[in-house]
Design a protein around this ligand. Sequence first.
Ligand SMILES: NC(=O)C1=CN([C@@H]2O[C@H](COP(=O)(O)OP(=O)(O)OC[C@H]3O[C@@H](n4cnc5c(N)ncnc54)[C@H](OP(=O)(O)O)[C@@H]3O)[C@@H](O)[C@H]2O)C=CC1
Ligand SMILES: O=C(CO)COP(=O)(O)O
Ligand SMILES: [Zn+2]
Length: 353
Amino acid sequence: MFEKSTWIRLPRNVVVGHGVRSSVVEVVDDLHLQGRPLLVTSPTPRQVAAEPVAADFEAAGIDPAIVTIESATFDSVETVIETAEAEEVSYLIGVGGGKAIDIAKMASDHLEMGFLSVPTAASHDGVISNRGSVPDGNTRHSVAAEPPLAVVADTEILAEAPWELTTAGCADIISNYTAVMDWRLAKRLKNAEYSEYAAALSEMTAEILVDNADLIRPGLEESAWVVTKALMSSGVAMSIADSSRPASGAEHLFSHQLDRIAPTAALHGHQVGVGSIMTAYLHGGERGIWRDIRDALASIDAPTTAAELDIDDETVIEALTTCHEIRDRYTILGDGMDEHAAREVATKTGVIS
Ligand SMILES: NC(=O)C1=CN([C@@H]2O[C@H](COP(=O)(O)OP(=O)(O)OC[C@H]3O[C@@H](n4cnc5c(N)ncnc54)[C@H](OP(=O)(O)O)[C@@H]3O)[C@@H](O)[C@H]2O)C=CC1
Ligand SMILES: O=C(CO)COP(=O)(O)O
Ligand SMILES: [Zn+2]
């Protein structure tokens, strides 16, 4: 008997472009959302976008509530839940980088309310995804959550954000190459659940971004457009797979481990990019695509070395040799790298000196 089934959850409206911040109220109307929104934001995005969005609601005769969170923690999720209940809001709007959007996503899941995603940085592919990522004990990776009802990505705001946030988003996309290699390996060796459509979309997204690398330049709004479309496409791949597998392999394990052990972690996208150089080497050796990944990262000003991440060499080795333990996800790291092998791959790829 045929027993396969799939349920792909995606936003209904995705609005990307110059000045679309002022469309948030219209998008809410189009979704037939009633009542007050709670804007969930963090300090800088509050000034950049949440205050203007709140003013747009007020002008439309809707009184929005607003809560500012400082850190990606379950205490922040709790604060948002309490505020939503106290203010008697009907839906949430996450306005910010990955932190604010993930907190809004997790809180809306708990509250069984819809939420909208309004990114202020093109820094990660969780903007549209059905994954939420809030550190929980020793866990740093994402978990299943609701996707946003809509995404409103204003390229004017995204282009004015610090350039390194955009290069982090690019690196998060470039790392899809190795994520998909790991996924295929896990399918071959461990019969991991696999979606050819999601894998193809994820790889194609990385390819289109790399092919358009010459359009990705500081101060160019076209860059925000190219990167944001790629972030959306990668997030959709995760939703099709109902897993972060298409966009997260061993390079993400490496980054999650750095978040735990490095005294000051770098941006998520930058860490996974450097991880991807090394895991590409592990997949293909000298003749593999690791140089292409490194050169693509370098061409858009993303870090390619531990020094550029401001992380010391020994922390890189510790993360490489221990990160296979942090999640039940088979990758090229198998049951772990020994220290000599880790030092070799990190040195040969120039990640450490
Ligand atoms: N759910 C998912 O599927 C995914 C989730 N993620 C998660 O996303 C997070 C990474 O997101 P990231 O955006 O890098 O992290 P943050 O949200 O912490 O943002 C990084 C920094 O950028 C600042 N910022 C944001 N927008 C602007 C702006 N327009 N101008 C100036 N500064 C700005 C923030 O300010 P401030 O300090 O004021 O907030 C913060 O200091 C990680 O936690 C990662 O795990 C990543 C990929 C997928
Ligand atoms: O960052 C992600 C995809 O880019 C999400 O992956 P994780 O599930 O590893 O957190
Ligand atoms: Zn990522």
